[in-house]
Design a protein around this ligand. Structure first.
Ligand code: PBG
Length: 337
């Protein structure tokens, strides 16, 4: 209707959206490759195995991991976090393989740092890939995850990763007091330069399903006579809570964490914001496997623009207050930016 009466409207917010140049000038949130961390899966086999549960993601051989990290670097993604799939036969109640200096993760870290010295290598510190119970910690005789016994093992695990050359260790187990213990253990072993990225606020989330399939690390059913929780609700947080998130973040900061993490990301944007507003530490967020799968599955129907949906989800996490984002889409997204 070109002959419609002109509105008497001096204030028109659309003026700054009129051209790409103006939109770029007023954009409040930037997303670039430097913000992104690529999670990569590794196993001890020679094959590179595509993962059903996570379209576009692969369980890499050691050689494949090194080659893929080169592709990440090529796209501008210079940070990776490594997750191992351990054969069932090597899993134990106390997860001893987690701190084997010749284990899969130390070998992967050493290979990555040798091939790509500029790559920032982050490792996950928790027992679930190594635990025959499928828990992040040691399950005691009564069927409970024993906090302090677990922390002692996590310290050894973190030191083994640092010995192999990890730049950052990332405890994802949610035991109480592990950040302080890991910091002390690293320092005593001469690793005062190794940073701790603490999963400070990690929820007992349904969105980890595809990851647990990829690593075969889901909590196991209790053997007869033992009570083992079939989920991680005794250590991971209740999705309903945000004051508790602030408390966990403050504790990890006081214990010496260098970066704080909130996980998952998309359903917890308010939590990212709440943590951001109360700390001066950098905040990371993990867009987890189920979040990635939701976007991939929706895009696969043809009814969602895959690239735009991924970038929108990531910019939303940045806008909520995250500095760094761990995302399975990291390398592709960097290519789109
Ligand atoms: C384990 C760990 C999990 C993830 C990262 N580290 C799974 C869990 O807590 O069960 C999930 C990541 C994802 O879903 O992408 N300590």
């Amino acid at each position: 209707m070109t002959d419609a009466a002109k509105l008497d409207l001096p204030i028109r917010p659309r003026r700054v959206r009129r051209t790409p140049a103006l939109r770029a000038a007023v954009r409040e949130t930037q997303l670039s490759a430097g913000h992104l961390v690529q999670p990569l899966f590794v196993h001890g086999d020679d094959a590179d195995t595509p993962l059903d549960a996570l379209p576009g993601q692969t369980r890499w051989s050691l050689g494949g991991l090194v080659a893929q990290s080169g592709r990440c670097l090529g796209a501008g993604v210079d940070k990776v976090v490594v997750f191992p799939k351990i054969p069932e036969a090597e899993k134990t109640r106390r997860g001893e393989a987690a701190h084997d200096p010749a284990g899969l993760v130390p070998r992967a870290v050493a290979a990555l740092k040798a091939a790509h010295p500029a790559l920032c290598v982050i490792t996950d510190v928790a027992l679930d890939p190594y635990s025959s119970d499928g828990h992040d910690g040691v399950v005691d005789a009564g069927g409970e995850v024993d906090n302090d016994a677990t922390v002692a093992v996590l310290v050894k695990q973190a030191v083994a990763h640092a010995d192999a050359g990890a730049d950052v260790v990332s405890p994802s187990d949610m035991m109480d007091g592990r950040v302080a213990a890991i910091r002390a253990g690293l320092d005593a072993a001469g690793h005062d330069r190794v940073a701790i990225l603490a999963y400070s606020v990690k929820y007992a989330s349904a969105f980890y399903g595809p990851f647990r399939e990829a690593l075969d690390s889901a909590p196991r059913a209790a053997p007869a006579g033992r009570i083992i929780p079939g989920d991680k609700a005794t250590y991971q947080m209740d999705p309903a809570n945000v004051r508790e998130a602030q408390r966990e973040a403050a504790l990890d900061e006081a214990e010496g964490a260098d970066l704080l993490m909130v996980k998952p990301a998309g359903p917890y944007l308010d939590v990212i914001r709440a943590v951001r507003e109360r700390t001066r530490l950098p905040v990371a967020a993990y867009q987890v496997s189920g979040e990635y799968l939701m976007l991939e599955a929706a895009a696969a129907t043809g009814h969602l623009d895959r690239r735009k949906a991924h970038l929108e989800a990531l910019v939303g996490i940045r806008r909520a207050g995250a500095d760094a984002i761990l995302t399975y889409a990291a390398t592709e997204a960097a290519g789109w930016l």
